[in-house]
Design a protein around this ligand. Structure first.
Ligand code: AMP
Length: 549
């Protein structure tokens, strides 16, 4: 078999490698601005920012932060939804050679604090509504400045479906972002020599094991993914990319935001996901491409008013992060005339690295009924290996192992975990896979203890640890069970201490106070005893299969 049989499936004109031609993301951004400064770079409801305006705003912000002491290599937390300030912030940080620590605004106090402490972030940008809570959460941390902003800025429509409960609050101690932009209007940062090895994003993931670790997505990683993926889908200045995925997740940050910014396309933002608003955004902004979780597309599908007209300008739709039932693709295409292409990526691969070629029907692996995730994109080396790391033959099942310019150099300050997860730069994905003779990749098993809720990954240990904080809990085990809408749902099995009492609902509320809502068990089963191995290890697989003994 040839080394890379999948090359025969590549769209015409797509090479086996798309070399990185820029010195940094900022170098690529400068080229885009120069090519067409007046083109709309960002659209947000009825508001827009041209490339020139976005460039000037990010210059001003970079100058402001430089004056506040932010330097190359510093980590700065971005704790926001999909709003225009996000791309301004990313560009400003990259101009300084600083790293955007992308944070889910759903994270609760301890969840957030853990990541701040681990990354030793020096600053943070949040919504003005969360300033008070954050001031407490961040007390005594490495965070030296807190800047806030409002999602009401950069638009005037105030769509009640998004903004009904959004008010303006007093800014953070170090100022409101728009105020800083005004104060530093026309200023530019002192030039910083940023190169491909600088870390552009620090994105936390539980990986295959252990507590959350910061994957260091470098400028080189992002440019490799943007180069290969934009070539794959022929993305360019005539395109409008709707950010269906959240920008705090690697897919949103790279394949919605950065790819649009750097290829000259318009980035369409619509704040947090609201199905009706997203649906209308497709038509209003003449969207040509997006990538989102299958749950997001299912939510849109469920809207009775959704019609072919909404998708009339769409050239390509991709969905990644979670398995896609083949029937979902079929019914979406039947109703809207648009085909959902599968795409695979991880935080550690800087998002999309395996994808179905445009306009190519994806085959299904008959024995398992699994829809292919596609073929490796330019530059990616993909193999299936056995536990000893030996490459298996086409059609044989093992662990998917990936390497190439898309794979991060490691986890922040964790050489041990890095060596374990990606020995000699070869990333062990924890995904059980088959690559067939033609090069199609099928994910047929999961080797890691991860729950996949609408594309968000939940690490059972984190939920169990939260449950153990409850005084009545003796033992806890958390598993993912199939769920038609979310893919999987979090379910906890708990035994109580002798003589203690706690209701199922009380335990759910207890976890909700500590963890983001998607991590909270939807069901808690109180049991006498949890099933264990002879050595006393809790057998999660027995619980997953429905038994408790
Ligand atoms: P994350 O690091 O949060 O992006 O999660 C990466 C994991 O999501 C992968 O290791 C897979 O287990 C899963 N995943 C990503 N894309 C797909 C897909 N298209 N189909 C099934 N699972 C996927």
């Amino acid at each position: 078999m040839p080394d890379q049989p999948w090359l025969a499936l590549y769209p015409a004109g797509v090479p086996s490698l798309v070399p990185v031609r820029h010195r940094s993301l900022i170098d690529a951004w400068a080229e885009r601005v120069a090519a067409n400064p007046d083109a709309v770079a960002v659209a947000y409801f009825d508001g827009t920012l041209s490339a020139r305006e976005l460039d000037a705003a990010s210059d001003a912000l970079a100058a402001a932060w430089q004056s506040m002491g932010t330097r190359r290599g510093d980590r700065v937390g971005v704790y926001l939804q999909n709003i225009p300030q996000y791309p301004i912030i990313l560009l400003a940080l990259w101009k300084l050679g600083a790293t955007a620590l992308v944070l889910n605004p759903m994270y609760r106090r301890q969840e957030l604090r853990r990541l701040i402490d681990d990354s030793e972030a020096s600053g943070l940008i949040c919504s003005d509504a969360s300033v008070d809570e954050l001031a407490e959460t961040l007390a005594g941390s490495t965070v030296g400045w807190l800047v806030s902003t409002s999602s009401l800025d950069y638009q005037t429509r105030n769509d009640p479906r998004i903004f009904a409960s959004v008010e303006r609050f007093a800014p953070a101690p170090d100022g409101d972002l728009l105020y800083l932009l005004e104060k530093f209007r026309g200023a530019r940062p002192e030039p910083v020599d940023v190169n491909l090895d600088d870390v552009a994003l620090l994105a936390y993931t539980s990986g295959t094991t252990g507590p959350p670790k910061g994957a260091m997505n470098t400028h080189g990683n992002l440019l490799a993914v943007i180069g290969s993926y934009s070539t794959w889908i022929s993305l360019g200045p005539d395109d409008a990319v709707l950010a269906v995925a959240p920008l705090f997740h690697i897919t949103g940050a790279v394949i919605n935001a950065s790819i649009a910014l750097l290829t000259g396309a318009t980035l369409v933002l619509a704040n947090r996901f609201q199905a009706e608003v997203m649906l209308e955004a497709f038509a209003e902004h003449r969207v040509t491409f997006t990538i989102g979780s299958i749950t997001a597309f299912n939510a849109i599908y469920a809207l009775p008013q959704a019609s072919r007209e909404h998708f009339a300008t769409v050239k390509l739709l991709y969905s990644g992060g979670a398995p896609i039932p083949p029937t979902t693709v079929e019914r979406f295409q039947e109703r809207f005339g648009v085909y959902i292409h599968n795409v695979y990526g991880m935080t550690e691969t800087t998002s999309a690295v395996i994808a179905v070629p445009p306009a190519t029907p994806a085959p299904v692996h008959e024995p398992s009924g699994t829809l292919t995730v596609g073929v490796p994109l330019p530059g990616l080396s993909a193999r299936v290996v056995n536990p000893a790391g030996v490459e298996l033959k086409p059609g044989e099942q093992g662990e998917l192992e990936l390497s190439g310019p898309q794979v991060v150099p490691g986890y922040w300050h964790r050489p041990g975990e890095t060596e374990q997860a990606m020995p000699r730069g070869r990333l062990r994905t924890g995904d059980g896979a088959i690559i067939d003779e033609q090069g199609w990749v099928y994910l047929v098993d999961r080797l890691k203890d991860q729950i996949n809720v609408s594309g968000y990954k939940v690490w059972p240990r984190e939920v169990e640890d939260a449950l153990y904080e409850h005084p009545a809990v003796h033992e806890a085990a958390v598993v993912g069970l199939p769920d038609e809408y979310r893919g999987e749902t979090v379910v906890a099995y708990v035994s109580l201490k002798a003589g203690a009492t706690a209701a199922e609902d009380e335990l759910i509320v207890f976890v909700r106070e500590r963890l983001a809502p998607y991590k909270c068990p939807r069901v808690v089963h109180l049991v006498e005893e949890l099933p264990k191995t002879q050595t006393g290890k809790i057998r999660r697989n027995v619980l997953r299969d429905g038994g408790t003994a």
